[in-house]
Write a protein that binds this ligand. Structure first.
Ligand SMILES: CC(C)(COP(=O)(O)OP(=O)(O)OC[C@H]1O[C@@H](n2cnc3c(N)ncnc32)[C@H](O)[C@@H]1OP(=O)(O)O)[C@@H](O)C(=O)NCCC(=O)NCCS
Length: 172
């Protein structure tokens, strides 16, 4: 396995669309992710992303195994004064699930990029409490639950609790 990261580009839109139309990926991503991703919605997301990326408030990377795109990871709402941000991760390609790659990806975005490169103080993320794999992953990386937003989103026929989790940069 040769896991690499490169800035997310417009050429990656077809992969984004494919991944966001994979029920395994969107199962726990909330009400807004249950709608079908189309070329129009994916392009709109990228237009907004480009603006934010230029301002330095959002930065996403496409994850590759060699030349094969397998997922997406990024930081949103990067706030330079507070030193805070929100993290998002997906492994879109089913054949790369359950292989421990998620820890390599999290280590890159949290430690290498968020803490070392950007010098951030705190990385937040929101994860639905029934997304056991993601909750376990985040705990293993060192994220702690700071609070629970009860019945935060309605999808799959019921309300879901959202954990607000965070990790701190010990050097900042
Ligand atoms: C979250 C995601 C990136 C994790 O990648 P993954 O390859 O599935 O996860 P891993 O196999 O590395 O497992 C991570 C940890 O979860 C735990 N885990 C794995 N499968 C599990 C299961 N079925 N139930 C409970 N815990 C499980 C394990 O403890 C594992 O840690 P370990 O390797 O030390 O045992 C991936 O599942 C994904 O893309 N999910 C859809 C998008 C998503 O939910 N993103 C997170 C938004 S916050």
């Amino acid at each position: 396995m040769d896991i690499k990261f490169r800035p997310h580009t417009r050429e990656d839109i077809p992969y984004r669309m494919k991944w966001f139309n994979n029920p395994r990926v969107t199962k726990y991503l909330g009400a807004s992710s249950q709608k079908k991703a189309t070329k129009k919605t994916a392009n709109k997301w990228f237009d907004d992303y480009e603006k934010e990326s230029r301002k330095g408030t959002k930065k996403f990377f496409t994850v590759f195994d060699g030349k094969i795109p397998i997922g997406l990871v990024g930081l949103s709402r990067i706030h330079r004064i507070n030193g805070s941000t929100d993290l998002f991760i997906i492994i879109g390609d089913d054949s790369y699930i359950g292989k421990g790659i998620s820890k390599t990806i999290m280590n890159f975005i949290v430690n290498e990029y968020g803490f070392r490169k950007l010098g951030l103080h705190k990385i937040n993320l929101g994860v639905f409490s029934d997304n056991k794999i993601a909750v376990n992953l985040h705990k293993k990386i060192g994220f702690k639950i700071e609070g629970t937003m009860k019945d935060e989103s309605f999808f799959d026929g019921k309300y879901h609790d959202l954990y607000s989790m965070a990790i701190f940069n010990k050097k900042k």
